[in-house]
Design a protein around this ligand. Structure first.
Ligand code: WQD
Length: 315
């Protein structure tokens, strides 16, 4: 996101506590190390928004692991909600009008539909998804109270890498989990193959992280316009890929034969979660550009380049 904004000549200030991120990923932007959930965060954020002359905010900072949210719901509610509340207070205080919010397909829970549209009533089934739905409500209330202009982007399954330094080192999702297992000589595990899908494994809508970042650019443009019929948009490809299909794509990208272990189902996994892209295409003019193979190859190549760089640095 930072790199796309810098390429467009925007002045970017990154506010991050670097609890999971790395400063080198955002070279070229000003970096303010700050925990948005801290007691004085709203005041400090307002100061930096005014000092930088910011006219827009994109809010990403939140926890995003469904499984952890089930085990530690209080931490998820405390941090994800408080962080957003501080950001919105700072925007109101500093006169920043436009806010793009990182929401999630997790707000839909386990919808039993072929394609998920934004007209579907959200019914999140885990604390993570609930914090994202509450976040969307908070944006709506901030619009009403302070005249903010907001967009919530409901991310489906984000994967891939735009640059080696941005390779996903957090082993939290299917593609990095499988790649990490292969790199460590371990067998990937498929969480259940008895779902009501063609090959029995769960189907998801995998969208490239750079395509996703571009959707934020389109959302910022939308907020600067006068015609704003919608406040939330799905961000995905509209195409589903099963776990086994993703593993096959990884085998193609790595040239490795992969025979995964079939494990137990994971609680809370819907059989299918694929989005309709009609609204974002028709309203923001955005569509994904990268295929599943593009996504997986970009991850493999980024990890290889990052590893080579690290080894070069050690040599
Ligand atoms: C994908 C599929 C697993 C690991 C993610 C984010 C969530 C939200 C939605 C942004 C599932 C299966 C996984 C493994 C497996 N995105 N799997 N073996 O659960 O769809 O949610 O996208 O807000 O934040 O977490 O993603 O990558 O965990 O799983 O079989 O070792 O792969 O069961 O069907 P998920 P995931």
């Amino acid at each position: 996101m930072v790199r796309l904004l810098l390429e467009r000549g925007e002045h970017v200030v990154v506010v991050d506590d670097l609890s999971t991120g790395f400063a080198e990923r955002v070279e070229g932007a000003d970096l303010v190390r700050l925990d948005v959930t801290a007691p004085d965060a709203a005041e400090k954020l307002a100061f930096h928004l005014r000092a930088s002359g910011a006219d827009s905010v994109i809010h990403f900072a939140a926890h995003k692991q469904v499984g952890v949210s089930v085990q530690q719901p209080e931490m998820y509610y405390r941090d994800n909600i408080t962080g957003l509340a501080n950001v919105l207070s700072a925007c109101e205080n500093a006169g920043v009008r436009d806010v793009v919010f990182s929401s999630s397909a997790a707000v839909y829970g386990m919808p039993d539909v072929e394609l998920v549209t934004e007209e579907l009533t959200p019914s999140p089934i885990n604390p993570y998804g609930r914090t994202k739905l509450i976040g969307e409500w908070m944006l709506e209330d901030a619009e009403r109270a302070h005249g903010l202009r907001t967009v919530g982007l409901r991310y489906f399954n984000v994967a891939g890498a735009g640059w080696p330094v941005c390779a996903d080192t957090q082993v939290m999702n299917l593609v990095p989990i499988v790649l990490n297992a292969l790199e460590n000589g371990k067998t990937p595990v498929v969480f259940g193959d008895d779902y009501d899908t063609p090959d029995g494994t769960c189907i998801r809508d995998y969208v490239h992280v750079v395509d996703l970042a571009d959707a934020h650019i389109q959302a910022l443009e939308y907020l600067r316009g006068e015609d704003r019929p919608h406040r939330v948009f799905n961000v995905g490809t509209g195409k589903g890929s099963s776990v086994l299909e993703v593993i096959d794509a990884i085998a193609r990208a790595t040239g490795q034969e992969i025979t995964p272990e079939i494990g137990e189902r994971r609680a809370g996994d819907p059989a299918r979660l694929v989005c309709s892209t009609d609204r974002i295409r028709e309203t923001l003019g955005w569509t994904s550009t990268k295929t599943l193979d593009d996504i997986v190859v970009s991850d493999v190549e980024a990890r290889r380049a990052k590893k080579a760089e690290a080894e070069g640095a050690q040599a």
